[in-house]
Write a protein that binds this ligand. Sequence first.
Ligand code: DO4
Ligand code: MG
Length: 278
Amino acid sequence: MKLFKTEQGIFLQDNTAVYKLVQQWDEVVNRDDLFNYLTGITSTAEKVTHNKWQENLLPPIANQEVWAAGVTYLQSRDARVEESQTSGGSDLYKRVYDADRPELFFKSTPQRVVGHLQDVSIRKDSTWNVPEPELTLFINSKGKIQGYTIGNDMSSRSIEGENALYLPQAKTYDKSAAIGPCLYIIPAPISKETIISIVIKRNGVSAYADKTPLSRMKRSLEELAGFLFRELTFPDGVYLMTGTCLVPPNDFTLQPFDVVEISIDGIGTLINTIAYNS
Ligand code: DO4
Ligand code: MG
């Protein structure tokens, strides 16, 4: 099942049927058994018969913070070890990859998040910028994973590479987080065989493309959620980006008008165009 947030309201897609919900986003999603709750709703909710419901999609978020995990794949560790050679920070990434405690960082407040077909930004004071395609968890206020979406953890590699203490500036700025196009809710945990893929198009032509199965992730999704909830409460639930495995070659940096397409099996495709913030 897929939940979409749009300017016209909240829509639930169940195979080919679409329903309009009357409830507010936070009230719908923050549940112990979201899949069964949504299944129940289909017997009473208004069925939608036109196709216009998908127009004007918003990011599937209301009061949720967005957090992120880092260095959860070997590929991310190795890329960061390399980019931080001159700053002397490379040991940090090796240690966090091997440590029991994962790297978790605050990524975004809801108002800085963009959705499908909206622009994501690169910083004007950054010379090396990449998207990070990440499976993103929706975790309810009790710490239980209830759904999944696609996340783009936009990142400045030049700023993070200069000094690891600059991580919040490399990661958190207006429109640096994209999630969408929907919240995907299934009755069982997402399969490790799920494929995450990315294509970056420049002038309509692929400039970088790659894919990975989720099984390459070193840590479990429950482990990441468990650490996030150790000393933090999230009354309306929270989104957690789970780290990237797909790193463009070192000579690649994003440019305005590049189009980033991230797909995850079952969830769909999140498309964003690169821009500078005005
Ligand atoms: O260590 C910095 C951030 C890592 C990250 O965002 C990732 O691995 O996806
Ligand atoms: Mg990341």
